[in-house]
Design a protein around this ligand. Structure first.
Ligand SMILES: *Cc1c(COP(=O)(O)O)cnc(C)c1O
Length: 457
């Protein structure tokens, strides 16, 4: 059979509210053309993020009822700990309320002024936590990863030669840890190969530097390895996942992605002394070691989610449905970052809105056009998110790409929802020269994309 189906059936439904074009026009204006200001109820298909937006399974909901809410040593904690140890082989499992809490603890211990932390690409909260500690965050993405239309299997890989150069330049004693983000969220959800992880590990070993994974999408990454890396096709995703973690000394994980839950995170490590110090910090701000700022029921849902995400029928459907969205857009003539990533498709908004210069925010204008036309919510990753005003000249500096991300929540939408998105995007594309540019009328100094206000030009 060629048809790939959603490998689940629907037991509980959440109605979607259809709005009229006039209503959406009014909502868009009231939201000052910023999707973060649109009430979710007024969104038909929400592709703002894949974080914390997954649908839980009946087994996860059953686990929520079984959740043991004891302060210390809850049954739910032991179940969660056992699952994480079995999957990753890491001896120390620290529960946290989400990924950035794991990062905050790790970099309070390993960061600090004068330190340098390399990665393939740091995610924004990771970078922010490293910089908050006083350390410097450095991205060493491979050259292939920087070419949006180049089709290569592992565009999330690190440039290993540049890692070695960096270590020699600053000295290994200033590099407390090397991070690898799998899949590489900032780089378009592109995977990292086992071969690249091994090469990075070898360099780390040569200089005595620990290697940590930012493993939010570890299962999607492992599935890409199975599909694309020579010699891996016959192996199970579980074995590949174990290989990935075996190469690392620890990991930070947001369970809101491949954990298939709405809230939760984990910090994993091998080193006993580091784990002892991390536990002390955990108790300080997250909670006792056996709940880490979560309810017992959350730990149950996470334990179950981390097992379910390894189901290869699920991963097949997951990776294929994101790819299907990408193919549909390409077929309509729309340029995207290729190949599609594991969790999202990124539209080249500079090409889509070629009549709009970067200082009229073509990505944000496209986000608004998709909402206005079809009630689809997406997010701009371009000059709104990463543009800066140069303090010396007062002029706006633009990032290299103007992208719009369509992130696909896990197990939430069906193929007909995706077909609707493709059709809507194609219609907007056919009438793209009518999309008007935007002017930013108000913005805070940092993380401005969340709250900035715009008007149409
Ligand atoms: C989401 C994410 C994080 C942060 O996790 P939160 O749960 O949102 O705090 C860190 N790294 C990557 C790669 C992510 O995608």
């Amino acid at each position: 059979m060629k048809t790939i189906i959603e490998p689940f059936r629907i037991k509980m439904v959440e109605p979607l509210r259809l709005t009229t074009r006039e209503e959406r026009e009014a909502i868009l204006r009231a939201a000052y053309f910023n999707p973060f200001r649109i009430p979710a109820e007024a969104v038909l298909i929400d592709l703002l993020t894949d974080s914390g937006t997954a649908a839980m399974s009946s087994e996860q909901w059953a686990g929520m009822l079984r959740g043991d809410e004891s302060y210390a040593g809850a049954k739910s904690w032991y179940r969660f700990e056992a699952v994480m140890k079995e999957l990753t082989g890491m001896p120390h499992v620290l529960p946290t309320h989400q990924g950035r809490a794991s990062e905050r603890i790790l970099f309070e211990l390993l960061g600090g002024p004068g330190k340098v932390v390399p990665s393939n690409s740091h995610f924004d909260t990771t970078r922010a936590n490293i910089e908050h500690s006083g350390a410097e965050a450095v991205d060493l993405l491979c050259e292939e990863g920087k070419k949006p239309r180049l089709r290569r299997p592992f565009k999330g890989n690190m440039d290993v030669a540049r890692l070695e150069e960096l270590i020699q330049k600053v000295g290994p004693q200033r590099i407390p840890v090397v991070m690898m983000t799998v899949t590489n969220n900032t780089g378009g959800g592109q995977p990292v190969s086992l071969e690249n992880l091994r090469a990075v590990r070898q360099v780390c070993d040569r200089y005595g530097i620990p290697l940590f994974l930012d493993a939010c999408r570890f299962a999607e990454n492992a599935y890409f390895i199975k599909l694309r890396e020579p010699g891996q096709h016959q192996r199970s995703v579980r074995q590949i996942v174990r290989d990935m973690f075996d190469l690392a000394d620890g990991a930070t994980i947001s369970a809101k992605k491949d954990g298939l839950v709405n809230i939760g995170g984990v910090l994993l490590m091998r080193d006993d002394q580091l784990a002892q110090r991390a536990n002390n910090l955990l108790i300080l701000t997250e909670g006792f070691m056996t709940y880490g700022g979560l309810a017992g029921r959350d730990l149950e849902a996470m334990a179950q989610g981390f097992l379910e995400v390894l189901d290869e029928d699920y991963l097949h459907y997951r990776i294929r449905s994101v790819e299907y969205l990408g193919e549909g857009l390409l077929h309509a003539g729309i340029r995207i970052v290729e190949p599609p990533g594991g969790h999202a498709v990124y539209i080249d908004a500079a090409d889509f809105c070629e009549h709009l210069p970067p200082d009229q925010f073509p990505g944000q204008a496209l986000v608004c056009a998709l909402y206005r036309h079809a009630g689809i919510r997406s997010v701009e990753i371009g000059s709104v998110m990463f543009g800066r005003i140069d303090p010396s000249t007062g002029r706006m500096e633009h990032p290299p790409m103007q992208l719009v991300r369509l992130a696909v929540p896990r197990r939430v939408y069906t193929q007909s929802h995706i077909d609707y998105v493709i059709e809507a995007a194609a219609e907007v594309y056919a009438d793209r020269y009518s999309i008007r540019g935007l002017r930013m009328i108000e913005a805070p100094p940092v993380l401005r994309h969340f709250t900035a206000r715009f008007e149409e030009i």
